[in-house]
Design a protein around this ligand. Sequence first.
Ligand SMILES: [Zn+2]
Length: 441
Amino acid sequence: MNVNEQRRRLVGAMGLLGLSGCAAVPTSAVPTSSVPTSAGSTSAGPTLAPWQPGQLDIHHLAIGRGSATLVILPDGTSLLIDAGASANATDVSVATRPGPQRRAGEWIARYAQRHLAPTGARGLDYLLVSHLHPDHLGDVAPGLPQSRHGNYRLTGVMDVAERLDIGTLVDRGFPDYRYPGAGIERAPFAANYRAYVTARQAGGGAVQRFEAGTDRQFLPRGHRPVDERFGRFAVRNIAVNGEVWTGRGDERRATFPDPATLADRDRPSENMCCAAVRIESGPFRYFTGADLTSDTFNGDLPWRDILGAAARAAGPVDVATADHHGLYDGVSADVARTLRPSAWVIPTWHISHPSLQQLEHMFNERLYAGPREVFATEVMHENALMHRRLMQKLRSTRGHVIVRVEAGGERFRMLVTDNADEADRVIYESAPIRSGAIKPA
Ligand SMILES: [Zn+2]
């Protein structure tokens, strides 16, 4: 039996177990990235049921080259957060999934198209670029094709925009991209993205700067009617560029000192400037801060714990991403204690994702009590070997991770689908989890 065949059998068996609603699927046996795959390979198991009006779906795509999260709100309004396409070599990062036949951004666009079909919408309503890094917007490398619409190359966000209509593009730096003055806007990948923004503007496309504090930047577009009984849903902007929601109305406060007053080495990093959001449906809460970090240089500069500030603004949630891909400077003990989710999703794609200490924070029941599940989009074999002790506790280490919130938001399920092809086969499905199950201490 070759590895592909082994994998298909394993995935098939897991799909069957997953369907039973059993939470005890032996996911330590989930194959890691050392397993070669190709698009078009068949895997047994049920297919992910389509989105239905009233549901909130949050898909963490396992494309192998960075972050991409597709959100479908209860009325069918769609938001894509990032479309990463890193150019890192495959000895240190996951290969493009499902395979090398297409670029990461093309796979992301096709995934979105497929899952937006039941909403009736023609394209994406919103695309949020959390910050200006290649694994969130697309790197440039020799040989990438030029766009038909402007003087920029097709990668990541630009590949998505080439294939899908985008209602409003939102990012942290528009229109001048000068904050915090570190010059990242001149890096080749950022310059390529800005050339796309310029072309988009020239063509009359909407572009906005992400505004911390408001819950009216990502307004519902009403593609499908939603029963009033199902209550409120919204996207709350929590933080960007060091500005954080105060919890009162749309108010925000600045937490970073003026960069002009800081030594170069102390300036906020690009990661620290990420846009963070809380997505809500009824009592359900989800938080993501993209690559926000909590490191303070061992307490020297407390204001650098921007992930901590954003987590406190968001409050306890049901599902959270392990920000900055589960790296050493992401989920501090304090962040875990504050967010206290029932499920963590780690957007992993690099050999260093995640770190053992971050896993320890996520699993540690001294930080917060109650059951929790941890998922990673794809952990490299080398990382899995090194972190075996806690890696065995992960529900999955490969596949798209989907949060499916029932209409009304009272309950949700976690699902994992196979990223070896585009069949959306379910390889894990949790039992229903009650929203707000883990209460503040
Ligand atoms: Zn990143």
